[in-house]
Design a protein around this ligand. Structure first.
Ligand SMILES: C[S@@+](CC[C@H](N)C(=O)[O-])C[C@H]1O[C@@H](n2cnc3c(N)ncnc32)[C@H](O)[C@@H]1O
Length: 266
């Protein structure tokens, strides 16, 4: 079932707290670093970026601060309002447009919009039909443009339970389970793997796929309080940046990020 937008709005306070926590900061820092491996070089100039289910603009604001023009689409009004406020606070309002819409029913001008970059970060766990959602997400991307997909990595779940809850029985049960209850958003999520998503992207006209891991070590260090120490956090962030593309680590990271190019048809 499609998620109710209100449940994302009521979770705003917890979501903001999560983003500001060390694991939230690592998530955005590493994702941005991975995008910059592929786009945003000095010769490229400002890019047109579409951030689908962009929430309160965690990725969008960073890209706008680098000079790019970002359109954030989300169906939750409070999330979008927060994105607008963050843009205004950073003097970036001219570079951040917020559009309230369901990503599965994009307004025609966006759906046809020739964007250089499309982000689809942490949406697929909420949808029933992943191939259809990804096909719709790829439509606004120009040929040769960069697509970035982020999702919770199903392979991380059993490991996460074993390490953090020290519960081998629950970890064993999680091996065969692709569902996860999100306490923050009161939603039942579907967990995916890169091995499943990569062929889907390729079947939809993507190539040059790169698989990155995010929170590769962070979530398996159970002393969360220590991560607030600035020196410790800096070491952890360096470790995460060093291992995001260093296989096999991405295969058990908490989040997967896939970047890909939309194939040229001409
Ligand atoms: C976990 S948040 C992720 C936000 C952002 N992409 C990020 O990673 O920081 C999920 C977001 O997806 C949005 N969302 C979920 N389903 C959607 C849909 N069908 N159309 C538009 N937005 C949707 C929610 O409102 C929420 O803001």
């Amino acid at each position: 079932m499609p998620e109710n937008p209100e449940k994302f709005d009521t979770a705003m306070a917890g979501w903001t707290e999560w983003q500001e926590a060390p694991w939230g900061r690592i998530r955005y820092t590493v994702a941005e670093a991975n995008l910059l491996r592929h786009v945003g070089g000095p010769a490229e100039g400002p890019l047109r970026v579409l951030d689908l289910a962009g929430g309160d603009g965690g990725d969008a604001i960073r890209l706008a601060a680098r000079g790019h023009h970002v359109t954030v689409v989300d169906h939750a009004p409070a999330m979008l309002a927060a994105a607008g406020e963050r843009a205004a606070a950073g003097g970036l309002s001219e570079r951040v447009a917020c559009v309230r819409a369901d990503v599965t029913e994009l307004p025609a001008d966006l759906a046809a919009g020739e964007f250089d970059v499309v982000l689809c970060h942490n949406l697929v766990q909420y949808v029933d039909d992943v191939p259809a959602t990804l096909a719709g997400a790829l439509a606004p991307l120009r040929e040769g443009g960069l697509f970035s997909l982020m999702a919770i990595n199903r392979h991380s779940e059993a490991l996460n339970i074993a390490v953090r809850r020290t519960d081998p029985r629950a970890a064993l049960a999680a091996l065969g389970d692709d569902r996860l209850q999100s306490a923050l958003f009161d939603a039942e999520l579907t967990l995916h793997t890169a091995e499943e998503l990569i062929p889907t992207l390729e079947s939809l006209g993507c190539e040059d796929v790169h698989h990155y891991g995010i929170r590769t070590f962070c979530d398996y260090i159970t002393d969360d309080a220590r991560k607030y120490d600035p020196g410790y956090y800096a070491d952890l962030e360096r470790l995460e940046l060093a291992t995001t593309a260093l296989h096999p680590y991405p295969h058990t990271a908490r989040l997967l990020q896939l970047t890909a190019r939309k194939r040229l048809t001409g």
